[in-house]
Design a protein around this ligand. Structure first.
Ligand SMILES: [Zn+2]
Length: 265
C-alpha cells in the first residue's frame, strides 16, 4: 500500500526523469482535464509532502512566469502508481488504468489509477492543512507532537492516520508503529508517549524511504518484513500469541488494524 515512503521514492524517480526538462507531450485521461495540454512547458521540480505528490510546471514561454505556472497534484490512494521509463517501452499495467501520460525527449511518466489527479495554481495553499511531513528535510517533530497532543481523547491508531497532525503514515505503518510502541491502537493519545511515538514514526519511514521492499522488522526476507500488519492468526514474532485484526475509524483510509493482544496494552 502506498504510504509516505512510497510517495517520497516516487517523487525522487520522477524528479530525475522530469525536473528541468520540457514536456513534449501530455495526455490527461480524466474528463475534467481532457482538454489540458502542457506540451512545450518545462517542469521545474517534483516534490512530495506526506502522501501527496506535486509536479510543478512552469508557465508557457510567452506568458509571465508567475501567471500560469501549475502543479500536477496526485495522490496514489490504494492502487495508484507512477511508472517511469524510456519512451515506447511497453506498459506493465493496462492502458485503461492510465490517468495521465507525460513525455520529455527521453522519458515517459505514466500515472496509473491515481486516487487524485488535478491541476493546482497554488499548491502550497491547498496543502496548508497538512501536518509536518515525516520525510521532509525540515521535519518538525515538536510541531507534530504538539498537533497530536491537541487531540488527547483520540485513539492513537486514528490519530496517526490523520494527515493534519503529521503527514505520511498509512495503514501499514500505523499498525506497525502501535506494535513497536507497545500500544493498542485504541489507547488514547493522552496515555501515549507522544514524542517517542513521533520519533519512532520518523525513523521507520526514513529507513524505508528508498528501499524497494518496506520492512519494519529490519528483515527484508518475504513474510518477515512486518511485525503485525496482514498477519492475522499468525504468531506474534515476540510472544507467539496469534495476531488479531480489528477495525478503527480513520479519515479516508482503511479501517483495518492489526495488533498483538499481549505485547500491546
Ligand atoms: Zn506479542
Amino acid at each position: 500500500m502506498p504510504e509516505g515512503d512510497t510517495v517520497f521514492a516516487t517523487a525522487a524517480r520522477l524528479r530525475v526523469a522530469l525536473a528541468g526538462r520540457r514536456l513534449r507531450h501530455t495526455d490527461f485521461r480524466v474528463p475534467r482535464l481532457a482538454t489540458v495540454d502542457l506540451t512545450g512547458r518545462r517542469v521545474s521540480t517534483v516534490r512530495s509532502r506526506g502522501k501527496h505528490l506535486f509536479i510543478d510546471v512552469e508557465g508557457p514561454d510567452d506568458a509571465r512566469a508567475a501567471d500560469s505556472a501549475v502543479s500536477i497534484h496526485s495522490h496514489l490512494k490504494m492502487e495508484g502508481a507512477w511508472v517511469i521509463g524510456p519512451i515506447g517501452r511497453r506498459w506493465r499495467r493496462p492502458a485503461h488504468q492510465a490517468r495521465v501520460v507525460l513525455r520529455t525527449d527521453e522519458h515517459e511518466a505514466v500515472g496509473f489509477d491515481l486516487g487524485i489527479l488535478e491541476l493546482l495554481t497554488d499548491p502550497d495553499a491547498a496543502l496548508e492543512y497538512l501536518g509536518p511531513d515525516l520525510l521532509a528535510d525540515d521535519w518538525d517533530p515538536a510541531e507534530a507532537a504538539h498537533r497530536l497532543e491537541s487531540l488527547p481523547d483520540q485513539p492513537i491508531g486514528t490519530a496517526l492516520l490523520d494527515q493534519r497532525l503529521l503527514a505520511g503514515i498509512g495503514n501499514v505503518y500505523r499498525s506497525e508503529i502501535c506494535f513497536l510502541g507497545g500500544m493498542l491502537p485504541t489507547r488514547p493519545v493522552a496515555a501515549v508517549d507522544v514524542p517517542a511515538t513521533v520519533d519512532l514514526s520518523r525513523r521507520l519511514l526514513w529507513a524505508n524511504r528508498l528501499r524497494t521492499a518496506r520492512t519494519t522488522t529490519g528483515n527484508t526476507a518475504p513474510n518477515a518484513r512486518l511485525w503485525v500488519y496482514g498477519r492475522r492468526g499468525q504468531p506474534c514474532r515476540r510472544c507467539q500469541t496469534p495476531i488479531e485484526r480489528g477495525e478503527l475509524n480513520s479519515i479516508g483510509g482503511d479501517r483495518v488494524v492489526y495488533f498483538c493482544p499481549v505485547c500491546q496494552t
